[in-house]
Design a binder for this molecule. Sequence first.
Ligand code: TNX
Length: 509
Amino acid sequence: MTDPAIVPLPSSLSTLSEAPFVVDAATRVLGDTDAADALRRLVAPRTGLTLAGADGDTDPASTPAITLAVDAGSGPAESYRLTASASGVAVTGADAAGLFYGVQTLGQLLASDAGTWQVPAVEIDDTPRFTYRGVMLDVARHFHGVPTVEAYIDRAAALKLNVLHLHLSDDQGWRLQIRSRPELTARASASAVGGDPGGFFTQDDYRHLVAYAASRHMTVVPEFDTPGHTHAVSLAYPELSEEPVLSEHIREIIRDYGGELPVNGTAFEGMAVGFSSLKIHDEATYAFLEDVFGELAALTPGPWLHLGGDEALGTSPEDFDVFVARASEIIVRLGKTPMAWHEAGSAAGLAAGTVGQYWGYVSPVGGMDARARAFVERGGKVVLSPADAIYLDMKFDADSPLGLTWARGVTSAQRAYEWDPASVIEGVADAQILGVEAPLWTETVRSLADIDALAFPRITAAAEAGWSPAVGAHPERTWESHRARVGAQAPLWKSLGIGYTALAEIPWQ
Ligand code: TNX
């Protein structure tokens, strides 16, 4: 018998030579009610069965049942144990998140055999490798509203991802209501790439998303990108913005991407990067940061606030240094841990403990690895988002209109998979790595269908890099195993309405 196909790969799985557990209209779910709801959300669309509750009979022995429980501290954070055989299924989490992940595994184990739904007899012990396992959604280049973000949360959480990084501002638009700075959404939220409609989250929308994410054991990491990627601010508070920097290098970038030259006070609908900058030597800029990061901190229960810091090509290195020192210090004073793209690692005044997000290649070029290492040297950790592997906005095929190609061309599912977090940056191994995150920039992405088509299946590579044992530490942590396990997800994904791209590399079932 081939092993059941679980993605991301669990730490340990043994198949037992016993009869499977049969799931039918009489199957009861006992124990934790939140986890039971999560299980029903997976099982009902797939099978049409609405699993009954205990209905007064809480004895798992009276009829075979699925028992869901938290046994606090029974293992590391987020871990779970799952046992299944004809006499019952038991999922025990070391905490509520662990139980939720055990339920996701159970959803993947469920299979139909000659019209009977069953769970094979197995024993699984499973613990994540990294504590931070993220996806990023850019809601600035194209705005994606609450239902789309909820759907992406559900999709990511089902793969045991536990962080949603929201890129809330960029040159093309400002996407979160800030009460002390009402002009941001009044004047700078209506635009998007290509003249498409913009939009923004009210603070209630944002609170709702934070709570929705928490119900799926995901933490929201909000980002206001500074000091570059801030053209939208010029529409609302022109006094804070430098004129667009149109150096030869930036003109070249604008030509590459096509589209118009940026003009302050006018919406930017192109795709070019790097031309905008907040004023670095004006106290009004830091009053602005206090306001926007202050409201963000108050709305965000999670520990991290992301200050951006990428591609500030319109800011001199000296000014960038001054800015990053002050911005990161503001976030520390708000009681949060700053996070920044790896460029900020070069800033001498970066606050100690800031988390660096590496977006260079799997084989670093141009000193990007040194910048990421600098976060560790200042007591921080690194989140790995290697662009040529897990940038989900890279094209999966040259002919699709979706996606970009700057990160070493088309990114196959195999290339997304074949790397290990500990082998990217010298001197940055498991102890220095907070985790892994797969960004999805949305210059070409307008809808949930577009998100699905780019993210699925390659998001599974990021999930496995973040959750599963290291490459070499488990015999199944290979592309051959991964592609077979991903192919086996097709019936579940279809039942959940996930519009994955049927890449030829994957043997779809
Ligand atoms: C680079 S990677 C960016 C984004 C773009 C993305 C497109 C990084 C931190 N910044 O501004 O949207 O490329 O792939």
